[in-house]
Design a protein around this ligand. Structure first.
Ligand SMILES: *[C@@H]1O[C@H](CO)[C@@H](O)[C@H](O)[C@H]1NC(C)=O
Ligand SMILES: *[C@@H]1O[C@H](CO)[C@@H](O)[C@H](O)[C@H]1NC(C)=O
Length: 170
């Protein structure tokens, strides 16, 4: 059997992460954008499902959210706004456009991105005019932080994970 190239992307969007105060990140109070109703994906406590059951019931047939399999408390703390800006604020990050293939890339300092780009925008703004920090991570500069991320223990056979780190919120 050929080597399956399937990959899954675990999106680490920091949107009101962990801590009660959202780690210093906030969302605008009137955020209704993209609200398309209730999420119907099953949510299970990881302790209720073995890896074998995950493979049989979900892996190849339907999505599921598993909670409680990892403890990323520390990673969440490191991703607080103050911590990220203190350690990484003066580093350049590469922004991509929100349209398919994200071909336009813009480099700015993380501090600039947070101060100037992270704000609500109108629903009719074009994806090609929307720049955000997601993926295109410099794994040399961010290695110390990424090392603290505890990845999900349940994986699909013959696949490898591909992680993208980015920031949404304010
Ligand atoms: C998660 O880890 C933190 C330390 O990083 C610890 O204080 C906390 O009790 C742990 N939570 C659980 C549910 O194990
Ligand atoms: C990543 O960061 C390192 C260290 O600052 C730098 O030497 C390297 O050029 C960067 N890589 C890219 C692709 O920007």
């Amino acid at each position: 059997m050929g080597n399956r190239a399937a990959q899954f992307v675990a999106a680490c969007l920091i949107c009101a992460v962990g801590a009660e105060d959202g780690g210093g990140w906030s969302l605008p109070a009137d955020l209704s954008l993209g609200d398309e109703g209730t999420c119907t994906i099953e949510v299970l406590d990881g302790s209720e499902l073995s890896h074998q059951q995950f493979i049989e019931r979900y892996a190849f047939s339907r999505p599921v959210v598993l909670r409680g399999l990892t403890n990323n408390t520390k990673f969440q703390r490191l991703c607080s706004k103050s911590s990220l800006l203190e350690k990484y604020g003066s580093l350049k990050v590469r922004l991509s456009t929100a349209n398919t293939h994200s071909y336009r890339k813009v480099d700015v300092l993380l501090q600039e991105y947070v101060d100037e780009f992270l704000r609500p925008q109108s629903e009719d703004a074009l994806g090609s005019e929307t720049l955000y920090f997601f993926g295109d991570n410099n794994f040399t500069e961010w290695q110390n932080l990424f090392d603290q991320y505890e990845s999900p223990p349940y994986v699909l056979p013959d696949t490898t994970g591909a992680y993208s780190f980015g920031i949404a919120g304010q």
